[in-house]
Design a protein around this ligand. Structure first.
Ligand code: PMP
Length: 429
């Protein structure tokens, strides 16, 4: 195999990064146009902010100085005015004055979506063979990033309150016994309305995870990579402080967030707050990739944050997704409640419902259920298997990630009905 790759001229890295499930899923969507996709993590087309973005762009381009600055190359770290606005935004999210955040614009970086930052951080911090602790389940594209740098994901189970600290501690103790603790570099945590499980990490657990990362930084620093992609999409309950805020001045948390879910993935603006000593190597890598994300979308986001147009849009989007979440839960109740062994979680935000089937029903791409769902019933989901790191004895196969992001409430209800029929068909044998 490696002989073939060498002769074809591909790098080792290309081999690690092979077989991206996300590309396969997108292809399925193209090949089955009549299919209702409960798979796509895309955001709602009708709630894209065409009008506020148009107004912002018109004002931006009407002033020649701001037009020139937006249409020119920017800096590798991102626009300074945006990083300043992001400090205000972070302060509002944490519910504290900006002066007490404990970091300034020098610790913020703007990236092309948060995905770019996740990837840059893996490349900057992980050598082949290094370990990153992840949730079971976790964001499957991040598993691809780890694979892409030859790092090993080791999973710690989640429950309805997020990653379980006792099990995290056990995993670290086991790695220590095996003499592998020095390889543990990162703990990846999707802190709010996780993709795919929908759960958020409770306040006690946030504190416990920060404390564990600290205590187990014996040989080298174990960093927490906090992915807060869905933080602004809270429908119920009170906001929580980030792990970043709880970590205080220890600089042990790498924080990422994005405007893709709240504003527009087409603008693809993400950002991060990084420890000082991680910023420079990340910027060096980003320098190789693009020496700075596109300046124009950054200028748009800056203006929308300053004018309040962003905040207004988020309120609208939140209402729309709350209705869709409710439509999916109502349809789950209506069509799945009578199917023995089927359970699902109620997310308080984000875009996903995690549904579990009886252990005897696999949901993977090649499974009878996936085939029946896509080919006969016209509905698609993300097989849960993709969201688990490889484990001894095989990854759990009986889960599905269902997204209410892209469909209308009617489409969601129809999709759930179709899916329930596919499940019933497979159960009936
Ligand atoms: N993190 C999580 C948990 C996500 O679900 C996504 C998008 N699917 C991202 C990061 C990346 O989003 P973007 O690059 O558009 O910011």
């Amino acid at each position: 195999m490696s002989h073939v790759l060498h002769t074809s001229g591909l790098s080792q890295r290309s081999r690690w990064a092979a077989d991206q499930a996300i590309s396969f899923l997108m292809q399925q969507g193209v090949e089955n146009p009549g299919c209702i996709s409960l798979a796509a993590g895309l955001v709602d087309e009708d709630s894209l902010p065409a009008e506020p973005v148009r107004e912002t762009v018109v004002t931006l381009l009407s002033d020649s100085a701001s037009a020139r600055s937006a249409l020119q190359y920017g800096t590798t770290q991102g626009r300074l005015d945006l990083r300043g606005s992001l400090l205000d935004y972070m302060a509002a999210q944490e519910g504290v004055p900006r002066e007490t955040l404990g970091y300034d614009a020098s610790r913020m970086v703007v990236t092309t979506g948060s995905q770019q930052l996740l990837s840059l951080l893996c490349e900057t911090l992980l050598d082949p063979g290094d370990i990153c602790i992840v949730g079971a389940p976790t964001y499957f594209v991040f598993l691809g990033c780890l694979a892409g740098v030859g790092a090993e994901p080791i999973s710690v189970p989640l429950d309805e309150n997020g990653m379980q600290p006792e099990l995290l501690e056990q995993a670290l103790a086991r790695l220590n016994e095996l003499g592998r603790l020095p390889q543990v570099k990162m703990i990846y945590v999707v802190s709010e309305f996780d993709n795919p499980s929908g759960v958020s990490v409770s306040l006690e657990r946030r504190k416990a995870i920060v404390d564990i990362a600290n205590r187990w930084s014996i040989h080298n620093r174990i960093l927490i990579l906090e992915d807060a992609a869905y933080r602004d999409l809270r429908f119920d309950g009170n906001p929580l402080p980030s792990l970043l805020a709880l970590d205080g001045s220890k600089e042990q948390v790498l924080y990422t967030q994005t405007f893709s879910k709240t504003l527009s993935p087409g603008l693809r603006v993400g950002f991060g707050v990084l420890p000082k000593d991680v910023m420079k190597p990340v910027l060096d890598r980003k320098g190789n990739e693009d020496f700075g994300s596109a300046n124009f979308p950054q200028a748009i986001v800056t203006r929308m944050l300053k004018s309040g147009a962003f905040q207004e849009h988020v309120r609208h989007v939140r209402d729309s997704y709350t209705r869709k979440r409710d439509a999916m839960l109502a349809a789950a109740e209506k069509y799945f409640a009578d199917i023995p062994g089927v359970t699902w979680r109620r997310p308080s935000g984000g875009l996903y419902v995690w549904m579990s089937l009886p252990a005897s029903i696999p949901t993977g791409f090649q499974s009878p259920l996936f085939q029946a769902a896509v080919k006969q019933h016209g509905v698609m989901y993300v097989p849960g298997e993709l969201c688990f790191a490889p484990v001894q004895g095989g990854r759990p196969k009986n889960h599905m990630r269902l997204s209410y992001g892209v469909q209308t409430p009617e489409g969601i209800t129809d999709g759930m009905w179709r899916l329930s029929r596919a499940v019933k068909q497979v159960l009936a044998g």
